[in-house]
Write a protein that binds this ligand. Structure first.
Ligand code: C2E
Ligand code: CA
Ligand code: CA
Length: 533
């Protein structure tokens, strides 16, 4: 209106309307009429301008909304769909098409990377991100035409495909995915190596809900991980049953820990070559009310996965320290600590509290940690190691040689002892290559000023050879299997000689075996060439 009024004012002042004067006179139109005409024109112009502006704002808003939608449904790093969009697509496809029996034609593949965490930890997050992007690109290439690919989070990807009529096709696709992801990924001067485990599920009459499908694929993938990784598994109902059994065991373990059903068993450790007992490794056993004595394979991983490992370990350590206080004061105890526990910044404090509570001297305690703990968080391990050693507690690197960068960790952290893994000790009896490795590990240990324990010694010939190479301690069935407190008490009495020395003497069978030469290992001693020379 303002514009119209102004136009009219200007028009009348400047005489723009004189040419209209005739017309107004002719048609006897008044100034007032002219004014309202101009005002109407102004009104139309203003509203056109406003509507154009409004349309532009709406277009901008729609664009921003679409962008926000896209961001909310895509993974920023790889550009793939995220979990939310994957679920929506899965639900839409479930609604979308079914076969004659009314079952949706859907297969879900869950792809979980193997060894991704060490890449992140050892090479940094930039390397981890680069690896994820390469994996995403490789998966894009392998995705079937109608397939829908997503990164569900972390190192977990998912692929939604038509199951076709032949499960073999899905199996081949999974194999292709695993093979492709396992190819080295170039990074800086070297390369990164990861793998993948795939869980596959297809919609069935019973299982046709998005949540259930994702869960079944997850269960199948978990099974693949347990079966050794770098493999694929199809979900089947037995896995569901296994899951239920696991849930039951988890509950029983919780109660078991509370009731003190987890008991320490003691395996002797001797010095070489004299076989003097220097102490025991504490190995957990579950005295289950229905199933009897269960080994650690049945419950340690479960305890780790269900957050019960700390409580389990502290209970076990308390009992072991109380038991060992009644034994000769020079006998030591070695306790296994799970990698997860090293993340607890108060770990050294907690251990010290148990030692104080039970009156067990710190210098009698050794903590065994595996390499996995170091790979997960080297800095946390370094801090824990330093504090434990400051309290006088020794730290041993367990299962040496089974990790993938043992030397790196030995250089980075100051251990007191190396435990050579049983697999080496077993194999050295059969292959001179392995024997050379064991020899090299012992030499490495002594060059770093570390004590060495060979695990899993089962034959007398291994003892002589290991002692000859300078291995400090030995542990294995040859000297004794893990036993409970009662039997250990009796054995201690048996092993103690008149002078009070505790020695595990060679068994008569061992000596006969040596003399007869019937042991194939003795007839072909595992002495490495360069040592023999
Ligand atoms: P590990 O720490 O390497 O313990 C040595 C394992 O080798 C024990 O198995 C022991 O019984 C077995 N072993 C020792 N000598 C011989 C031998 O001469 N021949 C053979 N064939 N085996 C031998 P176990 O007791 O079944 O323990 C298995 C693993 O479970 C342990 O391996 C350790 O990693 C874990 N574990 C046991 N107790 C605990 C615990 O309290 N806490 C944690 N975090 N892990 C534990
Ligand atoms: Ca151990
Ligand atoms: Ca070990």
């Amino acid at each position: 209106m303002m514009i119209g009024t102004c136009v009219w004012l200007l028009g009348t002042r400047l005489g723009f309307f004189t040419f209209l004067g005739e017309a107004t006179r002719t048609y006897e139109l008044q100034d007032l009429l002219m004014l309202s005409l101009c005002m109407s024109l102004g009104l139309v112009a203003a509203s056109v301008r406003k509507s154009l502006k409004l349309r532009r704002a709406m277009r901008d808003r729609d664009g921003a909304e679409a962008q926000a939608e896209s961001v909310a449904r895509h993974d920023a790093l790889t550009g793939l769909a995220n979990r939310r969009l994957f679920r929506e697509t899965l639900e839409a496809r479930i609604q979308g098409g079914s076969d004659a029996a009314g079952v949706p034609r859907i297969a879900v593949m869950l792809i979980d990377l193997d060894r991704f965490k060490p890449v992140n930890d050892l090479h940094g997050h930039a390397a981890g991100d680069a690896a994820l992007c390469v994996v995403a690109d490789r998966l894009r290439l392998l995705r079937p035409a109608q397939g829908f690919l997503a990164r569900l989070g972390g190192d977990e990807f998912a692929l939604l495909v038509d199951p076709g009529d032949d499960l073999e096709v899905l199996a081949r696709l999974a194999q292709g995915i695993i093979a492709s992801i396992s190819q080295p990924i170039a990074w800086e001067q070297g390369h990164l190596e990861i793998g993948a485990t795939v869980g596959i599920t297809t919609a069935t009459e019973e299982c046709r809900i998005a949540e259930a499908l994702l869960h079944s694929a997850d269960v199948a993938m978990d099974q693949g991980k347990r079966d050794g990784r770098a493999t694929f598994r199809f979900f089947h109902l037995d896995m569901g049953h296994a899951l239920k059994a696991r849930a039951r065991l988890e509950g029983e373990l919780r109660v078991g820990i509370e009731r003190g059903e987890i008991e320490p068993f003691y395996q002797p450790v001797v010095s070489l070559p004299g076989r003097d007992l220097i102490g025991f490794e504490v190995l957990a056993r579950w005295n289950h009310p229905q199933h009897g004595i269960l080994g650690p394979d049945a419950f340690i991983t479960l305890a780790e996965e269900t957050d019960q490992i700390a409580e389990l370990t502290w209970g076990l350590m308390r009992k072991a320290c109380a038991d060992a206080r009644q034994w000769p004061a020079h006998l030591q105890l070695a306790v296994n600590i799970s990698p997860i526990q090293l993340r607890d910044p108060r770990l050294p404090e907690r251990i010290l509290a148990i030692l104080t509570e039970t009156g067990f001297a710190p210098y009698r305690l050794e903590i065994e940690i595996t390499e996995t703990a170091l790979v997960n968080d080297l800095e946390a391990a370094r801090t824990a190691l330093t504090s434990l050693q400051a309290f006088g507690i020794r730290v041993a690197l367990d299962d040496f040689g089974t990790g993938y960068s043992s030397l790196y960790h030995l250089r980075e952290l100051r251990f007191d002892k190396l435990k050579i893994d049983r697999s080496y000790v077993e194999a050295m009896r059969l292959s001179s290559e392995r024997a050379k490795l064991v020899d090299a590990i012992i030499a490495l240990g002594s060059s770093l000023g570390l004590l060495t324990t060979a695990e899993g010694i089962e034959t007398g010939s291994s003892v002589d050879w290991l002692a000859g190479q300078g291995c400090t301690y030995g542990q294995g069935y040859l000297f004794g299997k893990p036993q409970d407190k009662g039997i250990t008490d009796e054995l201690l009495v048996q092993w103690t000689d008149a002078a009070g020395r505790i020695v595990i003497a060679p068994s008569p069978m061992e000596t006969t075996e040596s003399r007869s030469g019937s042991n194939p290992i003795l007839s072909a001693p595992p002495v490495p060439d360069h040592v023999a020379a």
